[in-house]
Design a protein around this ligand. Structure first.
Ligand code: PGA
Length: 240
C-alpha cells in the first residue's frame, strides 16, 4: 500500500496524527508525504512503515529554485520516491524527465515508484502505445541489476479522483500488458517487479481489484488522509 497524501494535510500536528494512524492500522505501508514533512516523518518511521517523497529532481544539487533533489530526499531519510505521478506529468514532466528522475532515484538508492497511465481510452488500443511510450524511458533508466529498485504504479488518469476505479477485468489486462513489457526488458525476472493499481481505491474495492485485477498492491490518494478509511484498509487487507 502506497499512501499518497498529495498536498495534505495542512499542519505538522495533523501529519503526525495521520502517520500514527497509518503505523497502527497499516503496517507495511509506504507513506508519500509532502516535502515539508519528509524529514520529520522519516525520523518517526518504524520497522512497519516507510517514507516516500512524491517527486524529486534528477540533479543532486544546483540552481533549481523550488525543487528538492533525490539526493536530498535520501539524505533526509526517505527510502522511496514516487516519480511521474499524473499530477506531475500534467504540470509538465515529459516521459524523458520521468526517466531522468527514475534514474536519479535509483542512483541514490531509493526505490522508484514510477507512475504510468493513459488519459483516455479508445477502441483501437492507442492507449496501450501510450503506456508503452511512458514505460520506455523508465525502463531505460533502470539497469537490469537494479530491478528490485523499481515499482510500477498503473493509474489511469480518468480513474484518479473519480467515484469508481477501473474494472478489475480491465486492470488484469493492464497487469499482463505491463508485466510482458517488464519481462521483455528484464528477462523472466521482470515478472517480480511489482505492478500497483491507483485511482479511486477504497477499503471496499481493494479485495475485488487484488483478485480480479491481479495487482501486487495499491497507490491510494484521497483515502490515505482519512483516519477512518486507513483503519478500514487495515481490516480489508488482513482478509486478502
Ligand atoms: P485517488 O488518487 O485515490 O484519490 O483517486 C490516486 C492517486 O492520484 O494516486
Amino acid at each position: 500500500m502506497v499512501m499518497n497524501w498529495k498536498m495534505n494535510p495542512l499542519t505538522e500536528a495533523q501529519a503526525k496524527t495521520l502517520l500514527t494512524a497509518t503505523k497502527k492500522f497499516l503496517p507495511g505501508a509506504i507513506i508519500a508525504v509532502p516535502m515539508l514533512f519528509l524529514a520529520e516523518a522519516a525520523k518517526r518511521k518504524t520497522k512497519s512503515i516507510c517514507i516516500a517523497a512524491q517527486d524529486g529532481h534528477w540533479e543532486d544539487s544546483g540552481a533549481h529554485t523550488g525543487d528538492v533533489s533525490m539526493a536530498q530526499i535520501r539524505a533526509a531519510g526517505a527510502t522511496y520516491a514516487i516519480v511521474g505521478h499524473a499530477e506531475r506529468r500534467a504540470a509538465g514532466d515529459s516521459n524523458e524527465v520521468v526517466g531522468e528522475k527514475v534514474g536519479a532515484a535509483i542512483e541514490q538508492g531509493l526505490i522508484a515508484i514510477a507512475c504510468v497511465g493513459e488519459s483516455v481510452r479508445d477502441e483501437q488500443g492507442e492507449y496501450l502505445l501510450h503506456i508503452q511510450a511512458q514505460l520506455a524511458p523508465i525502463l531505460a533508466a533502470t539497469q537490469k541489476s537494479k530491478r528490485a529498485k523499481l515499482i510500477i504504479a498503473y493509474e489511469p488518469v480518468w480513474a484518479i479522483g473519480a467515484p469508481e476505479p477501473m474494472r478489475p477485468h480491465d486492470m488484469h489486462q493492464m497487469t499482463l500488458f505491463i508485466k510482458k513489457i517488464l519481462i521483455e526488458h528484464f528477462g523472466a525476472s521482470g515478472r517480480s517487479v511489482p505492478v500497483l493499481y491507483g485511482g479511486a481505491v477504497t477499503p471496499e474495492n481493494v479485495h475485488e481489484m487484488m483478485e480480479g485485477g491481479e495487482v501486487d498492491g495499491f497507490l491510494v490518494g484521497r483515502a490515505s488522509i482519512d483516519p477512518a478509511q486507513i483503519k478500514a484498509f487495515g481490516a480489508a487487507i488482513k482478509t486478502l
